[in-house]
Design a protein. Structure first.
Length: 117
């Protein structure tokens, strides 16, 4: 399975973006999927995760009121809806996948999100 993230861009504070992560291959539904982000000069941090069937999600406390993770296994795609964006949300956003019980070992190339004040 290969992952391709898209949907990033430049947006003003308070705006919205929806990121997509398209997966190739037939095994997408077998992966727990997540979003991570890395801001300039900072370590990569966890943003959100969604279980294989999409019934359960986990979102970092710092963004849980503004960001929503979802997936469509029929389309082999995961999404991150980002609302009320803040300048501190500026980062490269990565999608990732892992097998149940394993660490994340499948990574997309990242998409840049820049929020201007």
């Amino acid at each position: 399975v290969q992952l391709q993230a898209s949907g990033g861009g430049l947006v003003q504070a308070g705006g919205s973006l929806r990121l997509s992560c398209a997966a190739s291959g037939r095994a997408f539904s077998g992966y727990v999927m997540g979003w991570f982000r890395q801001a300039p000069g900072k370590e990569r941090e966890f943003v959100a995760e969604i279980t294989r069937g999409g019934r359960t999600t986990y979102v970092a406390d710092s963004v849980k009121d503004r960001l929503t993770i979802s997936r469509d296994n029929a389309k082999n795609t995961m999404y991150l809806q980002m609302n009320s964006l803040k300048p501190e949300d500026t980062a490269v956003y990565y999608c990732a996948g892992r097998r149940l019980g394993a660490r994340y070992d499948l990574w997309g190339q990242g998409t840049q999100v820049t929020v201007s004040s």
